[in-house]
Design a protein. Structure first.
Length: 115
């Protein structure tokens, strides 16, 4: 199994920045893709960004692609969020997708952007 733990959320003013971290542990060799999703109150969970665990490929939602940057190292994936807007307010979840045992979610971290 894989465990993922997010951190780095908080309260920030519009136009500000935050960096979220997601540390993976357990059977990390089985991970193919690490991704960030978010869920705002009353809305469906939506894709934010993803990166391959062992390669350079990244993908972004249109709404964040000019403002967010996903990166990774050997044990964690990060998302640098710049020029934050009130509509970025949500609980942000990390997801690890494996090749053999499905996907794993973290507990989420709250990001609140005040206007």
């Amino acid at each position: 199994q894989v465990q993922v733990v997010e951190s780095g959320g908080g309260l920030v003013q519009a136009g500000g920045s935050l960096r979220l971290s997601c540390v993976a542990s357990g059977r990390t060799l089985s991970i193919n893709v690490m991704a960030w999703f978010r869920q705002a109150p009353g809305k469906e969970r939506e894709f934010v960004a993803s990166t391959t665990w062992r390669g350079p490929y990244t993908s972004y939602a249109e709404s964040v692609k000019t403002r967010f940057t996903i990166s990774r190292d050997n044990v964690a994936v990060y998302v640098q969020m710049n020029s934050l807007k009130s509509e970025d307010t949500a609980v942000y979840y990390c997801n690890a997708r494996t090749d053999t045992s499905g996907s794993y979610w973290g507990q989420g971290t709250q990001v609140t952007v005040s206007s």
